[in-house]
Design a protein around this ligand. Structure first.
Ligand code: C2O
Ligand code: CU
Length: 492
């Protein structure tokens, strides 16, 4: 692998060294080992909203992270960070209303959801200050899985996400309900959003566009989190909501665990793993087996981010500066787990068959296209095929009903997190090796390393519009805001 460092190829290279040396204004009180110096805090589980009408209000809020000043945050529905979990049922028609009580424009996008472009909540469906956006109602067609909602306001997505705006969407369906998977929310089934923040000495979040990484890990907005889990099978619905950081997930004792679901559905059968890479925007549903665990024992879920391949978000060595962080190139705790008593009726055995999806393959694709991730030289923003995002340019036009193979080529020396709206796809090849078993489910986001090429196949069905586009982009929100985004129409 090339011997290059981050400062050779990203904007603001000059300031890397300046800020890196001093770390002016950045909270470093608990410098080297967050898990030992900050008391453990119980994992927060967001409240659930059920039904078919969902009202969200995005507003400023605050949260006590450290002693002294509270930290200003953004959140939905009066949470202090993030927002409530929306639980949808496949086949039902949902009506959504989002009120913007911030002092800036926003949008709310339903990540991973197959819906009409006019309801998508991308950069085109802006919600003015004080206004309420009520997208057209749509039928929930996605499979049971974990999705999320978040701001998608062009050029301020990174800031609004960093302030804490977002929430989970859990879709349920009959097929999933018929499988004996852990599914008691907050008991044996937990949505967990991991991200990290850099704090100013005033305790404010560092929301600079130039800051790619946080120094302190947050799980559902909680610093140094711990949770007590019943001694049985437990499901985590994990979301990476970082700006750039990848996580190489696993457990301190290298125990086996099972991936049961990807971004857009259950895998056909559980995939046994000891590590899973999860990139910004991606979700994995995993099951851990605690049924033989002693009540009172404890262990950590960790990000094994030491020695990640070059170009993986967070592999940089620096501890400070725009592309440095206290968590970079280290293995750090994500969640401290304590084992408690089993619940009555808790799940003890993992079903061996979960779904019967037949994924698209290359031969299903009637059309193919290739997107190159480019830039204009070291230190300039990333683009697709030489084009920075432009509201007035439609980059791709797709026929309604088409099955297409898209190949994403990354010749640049940093990794990305490719995401496309409207569809769930199947990854059919990676130039760097076999597609892992746990990645062979419905996906809407994937990581791509330097000098890697990934091909996926998707079907663009149900919704067409000559005027309202969907987006594809890098889910590293700084890259997305910086122009690594394009738009496509699905036309009849
Ligand atoms: Cu999660 Cu275009 O977004
Ligand atoms: Cu990117």
């Amino acid at each position: 692998m090339k011997k290059l460092t981050r400062k050779h190829f990203l904007v603001g290279a000059g300031s890397v060294l300046a800020a890196g040396a001093a770390g002016f204004g950045v909270k470093q009180a608990f410098f080297s080992s967050t898990s030992e110096t900050i008391p453990r805090n119980p994992l927060y589980v967001p409240p659930v909203i059920d039904g078919t009408t969902f009202n969200l209000t995005l507003a400023e809020s605050s949260k006590q992270f450290f002693s002294g000043a509270k930290t200003s945050t953004y959140s939905y529905n009066g949470e202090s960070f993030w927002g409530p979990t929306l639980r949808w049922k496949k086949g039902e028609t949902v009506s959504l209303n989002v009120t913007n009580n911030l002092n800036e424009m926003t949008t709310t996008h339903w990540h991973g959801i197959h819906l009409p472009a006019s309801a998508d909540g991308g950069p085109h469906q802006m919600i003015d200050v004080g206004e309420t956006w009520s997208p057209p109602k749509f039928e929930v067609k996605n499979e049971a899985a974990t999705y999320w909602y978040h701001p998608h306001m062009h050029e301020t997505t990174q800031k609004q996400l960093t302030m804490g705006a977002g929430g989970f969407i859990i879709i349920e369906d009959d097929s999933e309900a018929s499988k004996a998977l852990p599914s008691e929310y907050g008991v044996d089934d937990f949505p967990i959003v991991f991200t990290s923040r850099r704090f100013e000495t005033t305790n404010a979040f560092d929301v600079s566009k130039d800051t790619a990484y946080g120094d302190y890990l947050l799980a559902n907005g909680v610093l140094n989190p711990e949770v007590t889990l019943p001694a049985q099978l437990v499901r985590f619905r994990i979301l990476n909501a970082e700006t750039e950081r990848f996580y190489n997930l696993g457990f301190a004792d290298d125990r086996k665990f099972y991936v049961v679901g990807t971004d857009g559905g259950l895998l056909n059968k559980p995939a046994e793993v000891t590590r899973v890479r999860i990139v910004p925007g991606e979700r994995y549903e995993i099951v851990i087996d605690l049924s033989d665990e002693k009540v009172g024992s404890s262990f950590d879920m960790k990000a094994f981010n030491e020695n990640m391949p070059f170009g993986a978000g967070g592999s940089e060595q620096a501890q400070a500066g725009n592309f440095g962080s206290l968590l970079n190139n280290t293995t750090f705790s994500l969640l401290h787990i304590k084992v408690g008593k089993a619940t009555s009726g808790g799940v003890k055995t993992l079903p061996s068959a979960l779904a019967t999806a037949s994924m698209w393959s290359k031969s299903d694709a009637g059309n193919s296209r290739t997107l190159n991730i480019t830039d204009d030289g070291p230190g300039t923003p990333f683009k697709f095929d030489g084009n920075s995002f432009d509201h007035n340019t439609i980059n791709q036009t797709i026929k309604l009903g088409a099955i297409e193979a898209w190949t994403i080529q990354n010749d640049k020396i940093f990794g990305h997190a490719f995401h496309i709206h409207d569809v769930q796809f199947s990854i059919i090849s990676r130039s760097t090796g076999e597609v892992a078993e746990h990645e062979k489910g419905w996906k809407d986001t994937f990581g791509i390393l330097p000098e890697e090429t990934v091909t996926f196949v998707a079907k663009f069905e149900d919704y067409a519009s000559k005027t309202e586009p969907y987006m594809y982009h890098c889910h590293m929100s700084n890259h997305e805001d910086g122009g690594l985004m394009g738009q496509f129409l699905v036309v009849d």
